[in-house]
Design a protein around this ligand. Structure first.
Ligand code: S3P
Length: 427
């Protein structure tokens, strides 16, 4: 149980931890290089620690020191067969990307994960990998965990595939497998998803080609040329909670330092600005193909907004935080095309409706793949369930802090992506 008290305002400077998506990719790609890499501002959250453990189990040498890790890779063809089952914990990114990475290897690897990950859909990644030559067996007809990746029966072949959903995890799994495949693999997405894998591979010397925002072409390579150092930007998905809280709490002004503002991740900033938020982007700078900046947020009155389509993959993880903002806006906010929320760490659409309505009765409605939020209703103190989902826990925390307080059944799950989350609100 954790009780969150109402906050008067939010002021000062905030540092958010390193980006989760980029941290995963940094340790995986460094593991495929053959020279030492120092990774700075690495996210020491449970999900990325799962990736570290899986890479170690395949022979990669990784040393942790504060928020830095030092990785000595085994080369593109040097990973070894893990002696035991690989545990991806709660992390969809660990599992899906490592399915792509292990599928072409000449060894057997079995994966499992926690109860949440064991329920999540894996056929979306197993199907294209199988087309390339992978031999992967899941637990049931849905291909759920545990999953065994067998030695491939034939040499991997490039494919052209049109993804049915915009998913960076599926795209990245195929990209990693394509490094080992004969021919040019082409991936077409229905909308642009985050492109951290492409950017980081480029920094590792892989000539990956983009056509527009939704087509990626990748050819096999002999080796990855690792950079000596990677600096991970702050995670905009973690900054989202403070962006929303500072916006809706009167008399607030915060500067969130060094946040990644890759265009495939900044949908929240675009939508909140359209709703009336005051967000300034200061000191933008480039590092390793990613752009970071300081974000200055000042309190503002919000109004409802209707949106969907291509912006959704650019803010999919921020929808719980955005739903909180919408509850403080004047008028209705209507968010279309959010069916993917049903297959996240929990069914986030159902969880938002069941838990957020305990704080603001009748404000949150799910209608098919659309989330409707009636803004401006009265808020009350409530006891809510996080469903063991880190983003639900953090969104509920700011919802309570912004008005009447909240009690959470399980707040430990914030460790997945933001271990010191509660320190920022003085707890
Ligand atoms: C992620 C991609 C997104 C996102 C997840 C992290 C990644 O998932 O929701 O939290 O690091 O590639 P999908 O690829 O399933 O959309």
């Amino acid at each position: 149980m954790k009780k969150i008290l109402p906050l008067k305002n939010l002021r000062g400077e905030i540092q958010v931890p390193g980006d989760k998506s980029i941290s995963h990719r940094a340790v995986m790609l460094s593991g495929l290089g053959s020279t030492p890499v120092e990774i700075e501002n690495f996210l020491m959250g449970a999900d990325c620690l799962s990736t570290i453990e899986c890479m170690r189990a395949m022979g990669v040498n990784i040393r942790e020191h504060g928020d830095k890790i030092f990785v000595k890779g085994k080369g593109l063809h040097g990973l070894r067969e893990p002696e035991n089952i690989l545990d991806a914990g709660n992390s969809g990114t660990t599992l899906r990307l490592l399915l792509g990475l292990t599928a072409p290897q000449n060894f057997v690897a079995t994966f499992t994960g926690d109860a949440s990950l064991r329920r999540r859909p894996m056929a979306r990644v197993i199907a294209p990998l199988t087309q390339m030559g992978a031999s992967i067996v899941g637990r049931n007809d849905n291909q759920n965990l545990p999953i065994t990746v067998c030695k491939p029966a034939r040499k991997f072949q490039a494919i052209t595939c049109e993804l049915p959903v915009a998913s960076a995890q599926v795209k990245s799994a195929i990209i990693l497998a394509a490094l080992y495949a004969d021919g040019v693999t082409t991936i077409v997405e229905p909308a642009p998803s985050r492109d951290h894998t492409e950017r980081m591979l480029f920094a590792f010397g892989v000539p990956i080609e983009k056509q527009g925002n939704t087509v990626v072409k990748i050819s096999p390579v002999e080796k990855l040329t690792a950079p000596e150092k990677i600096t991970v930007p702050g995670d905009i998905s973690s900054a989202a909670y403070w962006i929303v809280l500072a916006t809706v709490l009167e008399n607030s002004s915060v500067t969130i330092k060094n946040v990644g503002i890759n265009k495939t991740r900044t949908g929240l900033l675009d939508v909140l600005t359209r709703m009336g938020a005051q967000i300034e982007i200061l000191n933008p700078h480039e590092s390793g193909g990613e752009t970071s900046a300081d974000l200055k947020i000042t309190s503002a009155k919000l109004h409802g907004f209707e949106f969907g389509g291509n912006v959704i993959p650019r803010l999919i993880d921020e929808i719980p935080a955005l739903a909180v903002a919408a509850a403080f806006a004047q008028g209705d906010t209507i968010i279309h095309d959010v069916g993917e929320l049903r297959v996240k760490e929990t069914d986030r659409l159902a969880a938002i409706v069941s838990e957020f309505n305990k704080i603001s009765r009748g404000s949150f409605v799910a209608d098919g793949d659309t989330l409707i939020i009636h803004g401006g209703a009265e808020k009350n103190f409530a006891s809510c369930k996080t469903h063991g989902d880190h983003r639900m826990a953090m969104a509920l925390t700011i919802f309570g802090a912004a008005d009447s307080g909240v009690e959470l059944d399980d707040a430990v799950c914030v460790n997945i992506s933001y271990p010191n989350f509660f320190e920022t609100i003085g707890d």
